[in-house]
Design a protein around this ligand. Structure first.
Ligand SMILES: C[S@@+](CC[C@H](N)C(=O)[O-])C[C@H]1O[C@@H](n2cnc3c(N)ncnc32)[C@H](O)[C@@H]1O
Length: 246
């Protein structure tokens, strides 16, 4: 899981007691040696699944971290690629690895772009947002895309209750809830807060048309272990279904 170049248990503990932004600033120099960095196999499977839908013009990596998603954007986008993240430390690593890309420091709950991108991707970051924060995140991605633009991200299926992973993720989330109840600043990272049906509903409410394709792996029941969520911004706002004001 952690290579010898990765963070020590003490460093991880200090990071986990920090805010999300500060925690990633501290982790940044060693982040690529942790299991939190999205593996190339997932990135390549995503690029393969998106290729028939491209080519794309300009690309955005939401919560780019050290720039893992550039592997996908650079393979698919003919225009400029940009990464956005609020951790200056992570962005510094990303800039060093991909000097030709654009790097923007911003909180993605208030994305500072409008109609600028044809493809947006995001990897390994959805658990950092409480369900109540997803509408602002998805509205910002929607705004950032051109009409007809695509927002794509992998989403894992929940492990079955009989598997060790089910209990490991449940234990992690419970530990984080206890940590966040007794310690400030909070570190929001939960594995079990973004089931497909809830994510799909939030994307649809933001105006996207949502489909999924199988991405990687199979569960015992034959369903995909990972799906790629494909959220399309309609070509014209007029396509957007009427929603009665609350
Ligand atoms: C687990 S890392 C994933 C990084 C990269 N996408 C990857 O797959 O390797 C999560 C990233 O999300 C960023 N992040 C979390 N909450 C954020 C927010 N509200 N605004 C901007 N970035 C955020 C963190 O700084 C961190 O770089």
């Amino acid at each position: 899981m952690f290579s010898p170049q990765g963070p020590s248990p003490r460093e991880l503990a200090i990071q986990a007691l920090s805010s999300v932004e500060r925690g990633y600033d501290l982790l940044a120099p060693k982040f690529d040696h942790t299991p939190f960095r999205t593996p190339d196999a997932v990135l390549d499977a995503t690029a393969d699944a998106l290729r028939p839908l491209g080519p794309f013009g300009r690309g955005l990596d939401v919560c780019c971290g050290t720039g893992a998603g550039m592997r996908v954007l650079e393979a698919l986008c003919q225009g400029r690629t940009t990464g956005v993240d609020f951790s200056a430390g992570m962005l510094a690593q990303a800039r060093r690895a991909h000097p030709a890309a654009g790097w923007v420091r911003a909180d993605v709950r208030a994305l500072p772009f409008a109609g600028a991108f044809d493809l947006a991707v995001s990897f390994g970051a959805l658990g950092h947002f409480l369900p109540a924060e997803r509408p602002a995140l998805f509205a910002g991605v929607y705004r950032a895309l051109r009409p007809g633009g695509l927002f794509a991200f992998p989403l894992g299926a929940p492990p079955p209750v009989t598997s060790g992973w089910y209990w490991a993720l449940l234990g992690f989330d419970l530990a984080m809830r206890v940590r966040n109840a007794v310690w400030r600043p909070p570190f929001v990272m939960y594995y079990r807060t973004c089931p497909l049906h809830a994510v799909r509903d939030d994307l649809t409410a933001a105006g996207f048309t949502v489909t999924t394709v199988p991405l990687m792996g199979r569960r015992a029941d034959g369903s995909p272990r990972y799906r790629l969520v494909l959220a399309r911004k309609p070509h014209a706002e007029i396509d957007r279904p009427y929603r009665r004001p609350a």
